[in-house]
Write a protein that binds this ligand. Structure first.
Ligand SMILES: Cc1cc2nc3c(=O)[nH]c(=O)nc-3n(C[C@H](O)[C@H](O)[C@H](O)COP(=O)(O)OP(=O)(O)OC[C@H]3O[C@@H](n4cnc5c(N)ncnc54)[C@H](O)[C@@H]3O)c2cc1C
Length: 222
């Protein structure tokens, strides 16, 4: 099956953190996705240079939202995208992705890896089903924490933020490793949703399995 590509206008942009921007993008007619899924996005002048990004809006919203970290240390796609303005257009492909909600559990994210969990947790919150889920979120500094206020509002004490490069009020300090998981999780027979840089996902998967989680209970991007 050939992939459909849709041209969509950027309607609005805004900073979420110092290097993460929210893009509100026109929703192509009939475009469907599930919370946790992603699509390939490219710029009009380089249509074949696509990068994967996750929908952070809900399937019943009238527009699409993406929450995208910009890398400015080289001439990559996200740096160019961050300079785009409302009225500019992007290309998006079909939706895909294996991260879907299977039931209450622990979400474990590193940095911009939290994006699939934004849509999933917003869905649960809208349906009054967020209780019983916990988010462990690792970042370098407090300034890097995406949507901190929203996560606190949705999850209360079940939003646990940890910082690896600084100490800050309201955040724990240190990496998410086996010890950290043992301290913050009582039940290793529930679902675990893991997303972040590849080494982060590999380390956490191994630690959870050591602590008794079954491989079937782990939801990661393939
Ligand atoms: C399924 C999926 C969903 C995703 N969803 C999101 C999302 O919702 N939001 C989001 O922010 N990200 C998301 N990502 C990650 C996102 O796709 C990447 O951040 C993006 O592709 C980076 O594109 P780029 O061209 O700017 O950087 P790339 O060129 O791809 O580089 C990425 C990394 O390598 C480094 N790098 C590469 N080349 C150089 C160089 N020459 N010099 C110095 N450093 C270099 C960059 O600093 C950066 O750390 C997702 C990834 C996947 C797989």
């Amino acid at each position: 099956m050939t992939e459909q590509r849709h041209t969509a206008e950027i309607l609005m942009t805004g900073f979420v953190t110092h290097d993460v921007k929210r893009f509100i993008v026109e929703r192509p007619t009939g475009y469907e996705f599930s919370p946790g899924q992603a699509t390939e996005m490219s710029l009009q002048e380089a249509p074949d240079d696509a990068r994967p990004f996750t929908f952070t809006s809900l399937p019943d919203d009238r527009v699409l939202e993406f929450t995208i970290k910009g890398y400015f240390d080289h001439d990559g796609m996200t740096g160019k995208l961050h300079r785009r303005k409302p009225g500019d257009k992007v290309l998006i492909g079909d939706c895909w992705g294996t991260i879907t909600y299977r039931g209450p559990g622990v979400f474990i994210a590193g940095g911009a890896g939290v994006t699939p969990f934004i849509a999933i947790l917003r869905r649960l919150w809208a349906d009054d089903k967020a209780a019983g889920n916990r988010l462990l979120f690792s970042n370098r500094t407090a300034a890097d924490v995406i949507l901190e206020k929203e996560f606190r509002a949705m999850l209360g004490e079940d939003f646990i933020s940890t910082l690896t490069r600084e100490q800050a009020h309201g955040h724990l300090h240190g990496r998410i490793d086996k010890n950290f998981l043992e301290r913050h999780i009582d039940d290793f027979s529930q679902h675990f949703y893991i997303c972040g840089p590849k080494p982060f996902v590999a380390d956490i998967t191994a630690a959870l399995e050591d602590l008794g989680a079954s491989p079937e209970s782990l939801v990661v991007e393939d």
